[in-house]
Design a protein around this ligand. Structure first.
Ligand code: ZN
Ligand code: ZN
Length: 231
């Protein structure tokens, strides 16, 4: 806060590094470790590109241990990751509330905008958007992870159980086709659903939403978190 504006600007990573930091933060937050192979998949780049970028990030002190095994965010790296994920989530809300974009169309748009937001603008966004603690997809702002800890992956829900969808994980957000599918089938935070069929041999789970069945692959159902309706 007390840092002069010039210093802050100079120390902000490039958009590419910011996107890596954001993905690394999500990995650490939810899976406890940063996996280089998974990074390549999520960032949509070749493993060799990831290796090069990790080396650069190690040199610039955003991470430690570029040996591909033990990658950790440094204190500075983590702060930079918090900052960009906050800007990403605030931008998502701006797009939903002000620009009236459907929640599944915000993710890519947010990536274009988030890197350009100054600390001053970020503060204004927090005010205008009433200090949100979850993004429109139900993922937690840094420091509010507790809000999501009681939500259960849809994959663990038994047949006939009614649930309320609460959270679509960031790693689903990175698949545009899947997002289109979820949007079309009204799978979104706050939506009521009921599990109607589970076919483990097929790796599918079918839920009913507003009377219509929707079949999901198990990897998608692992990334959708739900809550039981209060009795
Ligand atoms: Zn981005
Ligand atoms: Zn989101």
């Amino acid at each position: 806060m007390s840092q002069p504006e010039k210093f802050k600007k100079a120390s902000r990573p490039t958009p590419t590094i910011e996107d890596y930091l954001m993905t690394m933060h999500v990995m650490e937050r939810d899976f406890g470790e940063i996996v280089a192979a998974r990074l390549a998949e999520l960032m949509g780049v070749a493993p060799a590109t990831v290796t090069m970028t990790l080396r650069r990030m190690g040199r610039d002190k955003w991470i430690t241990g570029q040996s591909r095994r033990e990658i950790h965010l440094t204190e500075t790296g983590r702060e930079a990751a918090y900052s960009v994920i906050r800007r990403h989530m605030l931008t998502e809300w701006l797009l939903v509330k002000i620009f009236k974009l459907p929640i599944f169309e915000t993710h890519d748009e947010a990536h274009h905008i988030e890197h350009a937001i100054s600390p001053k603008l970020e503060e204004r966004m927090i005010e205008i958007l009433d200090n949100p603690k979850l993004c429109p997809h139900g993922n937690p702002f840094p420091g509010h992870e507790d809000l999501t800890k009681d939500w259960v992956p849809l994959i663990e829900i038994p047949v006939s159980q009614e649930v309320i969808i609460r959270r679509i994980h960031e790693f689903v957000e990175d698949n545009q086709d899947l997002l289109g599918f979820l949007g079309k089938n009204r799978i979104a935070p706050g939506q009521k659903a009921q599990v109607v069929e589970i076919l483990p041999f097929n790796k599918t789970l079918t839920i009913e939403i507003e009377g219509s069945p929707v079949t999901l692959g198990s990897s998608t159902a692992e990334h959708i978190f739900v809550e039981f309706p209060s009795p």
